[in-house]
Design a binder for this molecule. Structure first.
Ligand code: AMP
Ligand code: MG
Length: 354
């Protein structure tokens, strides 16, 4: 008698536990994902924003923190503004002796050289001394002398950057060389943020670091991630209130599981004697690139999109588009320079406008 009532009690407990298990399993399966906007935070000298889609509030918040953590980590490593960054150490020491660097920095330097080759030197992270020169020229409001530009060019050139794969070291072949990862590091950081968010359980999300954006999965409403492409001309003209920089969206891009990067001279530039010089340097002329107002690149990773957007900005519509068309899974929307701008699209770009 005692045995049989114990058996019944055990059965009840086991059944209850099983039912509870099934209930939680089904509830978890059909739980509707939620979308959390992590807002903007200052990182990498700009404002970054992370949006996440996850099953639980706590999970989403953890993903957002993990994403921002990666952006900060890459910035601490690759910033040339921070004296204690790994990149700054390379810039200080790599002419004197080969500098052993982390696998991540080595990877980004290798990728940078690949993009330099691909773009015939339009993309070149050794552009640092020219970036500095034009920055100072802007402060002094004086265009640098041709002789100074020529002299500075001597310490520039990706072929003078020596990477030793076996030793994982970097060395500069010329004195005065200085690396500037401003054209590629944000994209790399965005990719790392997406990786970290996925690891923490994100089903979807969007990471934006200024003009570098990557979207994955879908928004919570199962729609499409949307990215506004600014009108670079309107961004510099006064609006009806006389405000310069008033934003005007030229097109809305629909981006799912893709990265998109925009480069242009409408946000960052120096003005000397009333003339605007882009922060993106054409290493041929040693002067600000002036062929495009902006260019937007779609690619599988934010690193690819970032490096290519800087490269195409230097190359201009004709050569830039030829490069884009030669690459699988890459598209572009270019806006030519001048107030009477033209919009030039690659063959597959319409897919992002529908
Ligand atoms: P982005 O906004 O991604 O096009 O990057 C622009 C930044 O890249 C500049 O502010 C510089 O720090 C750096 N840069 C300028 N010119 C070049 C170039 N020709 N190749 C690679 N990086 C560049
Ligand atoms: Mg770039």
């Amino acid at each position: 008698m005692e045995n049989s009532s114990r058996r019944i009690a055990v059965k009840i407990v086991v059944t209850t536990v099983l039912l509870a298990g099934v209930y939680f399993f089904v509830a978890e399966k059909i739980r509707r994902p939620i979308e959390i906007d992590g807002g903007y935070r200052e990182v990498m000298g700009t404002l970054a924003r992370i949006v996440v889609v996850a099953k639980h509030d706590w999970e989403g918040k953890r993903c957002i923190e993990a994403g921002f953590e990666q952006l900060k980590r890459i910035d601490a490593m690759m910033s040339d503004y921070k004296d204690d960054s790994e990149l700054s150490r390379v810039n200080r020491e790599a002419f004197t002796n080969p500098v052993k660097i982390s696998p991540e920095l080595f990877e980004i330097l290798q990728k940078s050289v690949e993009f330099s080759r691909l773009s015939n030197g339009a993309f070149d992270i050794t552009v640092g001394p020219l970036v500095d020169l034009w920055h100072k020229a802007g402060e002094a409001n004086v265009v640098p002398d041709k002789s100074i530009l020529t002299a500075t060019k001597a310490s520039i050139g990706f072929e003078k950057l020596i990477l030793d794969m076996n030793e994982r070291t970097v060395r500069f072949a010329v004195e005065g060389m200085r690396l500037d990862l401003g054209g590629i590091a944000k994209g790399y950081a965005v990719d790392k943020a997406v990786e970290a968010m996925r690891r923490e359980g994100a089903i979807g999300g969007m990471v934006c670091a200024s003009g570098d954006i990557r979207c994955f999965g879908k928004p919570a409403d199962k729609g499409t991630w949307r990215v506004g492409l600014q009108n670079p001309v309107a961004a510099n003209s006064p609006d009806s209130n006389g405000t310069i920089g008033a934003e005007q969206v030229l097109m809305v891009l629909k981006v799912n599981d893709m990265a998109v990067a925009t480069s242009g001279d409408y946000r960052r530039f120096v003005t000397i004697g009333g003339k605007r010089y882009s922060h993106i340097i054409d290493t041929n002329t040693a002067t600000g690139a002036n062929k495009l107002s902006s260019d937007t690149i779609f690619a599988a990773t934010a690193l690819d999109a970032d490096a290519l957007s800087t490269a195409v900005n230097v190359m201009g519509a004709e050569k830039g588009l030829a490069l884009v068309e030669s690459l699988d899974g890459v598209d572009a929307i270019l806006i030519t320079a001048g107030p009477e701008y033209q919009v030039v699209k690659s063959g597959g770009a319409d897919m992002y406008l529908r």
